[in-house]
Each structure stands twice: as structure tokens, then as C-alpha cells.
Design a protein around this ligand. Structure first.
Ligand code: CA
Ligand code: CA
Ligand code: CA
Length: 263
């Protein structure tokens, strides 16, 4: 009788990580007036293990072009062409979670569906919790007297919903009340008109300006001041903070302008 020897070969067991994203479980959770507020989303990304989630990533998908929104995020970057925020979150330990904030400037409406998806470089044993979505409502602003200035701004500034006197210039700063509304500046206190605060030029251009929630800002350029056409560089959503837009071109001569878009 001979001994029978069987060799068993096997690799290491696969690395598993159950990553998940939670936006909300409800349906309609966020409502914003177009031109007045941003929609604010909190995306909580977590890893329930049992192993490290290597190369974790997050994609936040906004409605297709046409519903027209603009997003900004504290993680990763927004690509206006694909209407997505993409973020590389690195390696997430077991039990680790992190929050990503996404602000969306609604331009159209009324329903804005925002999908988030997470994943990592390792196998996910529970893919069902890798997506989460919220349906928000963007309400068009009422303009009862149709003077181009919505009721909410007239109410805020004058204590009545209508009759803002668009061509008036109460504070004598040469900015009409209609343009004060477009810039979201005070009609009662003299303001400097909206302007580019600073242009930097190290390995490209850096265009800096103040922004307001509810407005989007289109940065344009041309290389020859005599040329009639301005070319788009990109769009920024307003955040009530100063933003800088980077132009990677090293053209020796560039002229910039910023157009405020009022939804
Ligand atoms: Ca999962
Ligand atoms: Ca009005
Ligand atoms: Ca004025």
C-alpha cells in the first residue's frame, strides 16, 4: 500500500471592503429658491470592512445638461462637461467614514436628482449600498410685477414684495437697483461695481473675483483686444466667497472678463 499525498494550492483570501455612501434615505429633502440659495448635500462615505478599502473614490452625478446646475465640492473637482463631481478618497480604514459637502447652484428646475456612487480598488461584498440619491426641488422665484427683480429680493431690501423701482439709484453709486439685484449688492449703500479683483500670471493666469450664492460666473478671455469674440474659459458657482479661476495658458497676452449669470 502506498501513501497518497495530495498537495493543496491556494492563494491568499481576497481583500474585501464594504464601502458605502449615504446621502439620505428620504425622497424630497432639499428645497431651494432659484437665484437665492444653493442646494447643499452631505455625502457620508464609510468603509465597514473587513479590510482596508484601497483607492476609494466617489462620483456625484448631477442632472444632465439642460437642467443646468453648477456644483462645487470640498473634495475632488466638478467637471461641468460631464456634470459630475469626482473625488479620489485614498485608502479608508475599517470603520472609517468621511463627509463630502457638495453645493449645487440650481439654475433650472423643478426636480434635481443627484446620485452619488462610491467604490474602491478591492472587492465589495455588498454593492447595494454603494449608491444613494436625493431628489431636490428648485423653485422659480416669483416676480409678481415683472420688473426683472423677484419678490424675495424686493422684500428683503425694501420690506415690500413689489415696486422696487428698477431704474432708481437711491445710494447714488451709479448702479441702478436692477443691477444691484443682478450683483446682489445693497441698493441702500454705495457699492463698488462687481469687478475682477486680481489677475495673477505665473505659469498661466489666475483670475480672482468675489461671488454670491445664487449666481454663476462665466470667465471669458481673448488674446487680442481688437478681436470681437470672447472665448469661454469656464463657469464658477457663487459661494459668497472670493474665488480664483486658473487659466493654464501661457499666452503672453490675455484679457479676461467675468459675466454674472442671473438664473
Ligand atoms: Ca458596499
Ligand atoms: Ca419684481
Ligand atoms: Ca445704486
Amino acid at each position: 500500500m502506498q501513501d497518497l499525498t495530495i498537495d493543496l494550492f491556494g492563494g491568499p483570501s481576497p481583500q474585501l471592503a464594504d464601502v458605502a455612501v449615504l446621502k439620505t434615505t428620504g425622497l424630497i429633502t432639499t428645497v431651494a429658491t432659484i437665484g437665492r440659495e444653493n442646494l447643499a448635500y452631505l455625502l457620508t462615505v464609510s468603509n465597514a470592512g473587513p479590510h482596508i478599502a484601497e483607492g476609494a473614490w466617489l462620483v456625484d452625478r448631477l442632472p444632465p445638461t439642460g437642467t443646468a446646475v453648477f456644483a462645487s465640492s470640498d473634495q475632488g473637482a466638478y467637471d461641468a462637461t460631464t456634470q459630475r463631481v469626482k473625488a479620489q478618497l485614498g485608502n479608508m480604514g475599517v470603520g472609517e467614514s468621511l463627509d463630502v459637502h457638495v453645493a449645487v447652484t440650481p439654475i433650472g428646475g423643478p426636480m434635481i436628482t443627484n446620485w452619488a456612487e462610491v467604490g474602491s480598488a478591492v472587492i465589495d461584498p455588498l454593492p447595494a449600498n454603494n449608491t444613494s440619491h436625493v431628489v431636490s426641488v428648485a423653485i422659480p422665484a416669483l416676480d409678481t410685477d415683472r420688473d426683472g427683480i423677484p419678490d424675495w429680493w424686493t422684500q428683503d431690501q425694501f420690506g415690500r414684495p413689489t415696486n422696487a423701482l428698477p431704474n432708481d439709484d437711491e445710494d447714488h453709486d451709479l448702479i441702478t437697483t436692477l443691477n444691484e439685484y443682478r450683483m446682489l449688492s445693497s441698493p441702500h449703500q454705495a457699492n463698488l461695481p462687481f469687478r475682477i479683483e486680481e489677475i495673477g500670471c505665473v505659469h498661466g493666469g489666475l483670475v480672482t473675483f468675489e461671488t454670491k450664492v445664487g449666481r454663476t460666473y462665466e470667465v471669458q478671455f481673448k488674446s487680442n483686444l481688437q478681436a470681437t469674440a470672447w472665448w469661454p474659459l469656464g463657469v464658477r458657482g457663487g459661494t459668497d466667497a472670493r474665488v480664483s479661476y486658473y487659466d493654464p495658458s501661457e499666452d503672453p497676452l490675455r484679457f479676461y472678463r467675468v459675466i454674472i449669470r442671473v438664473p
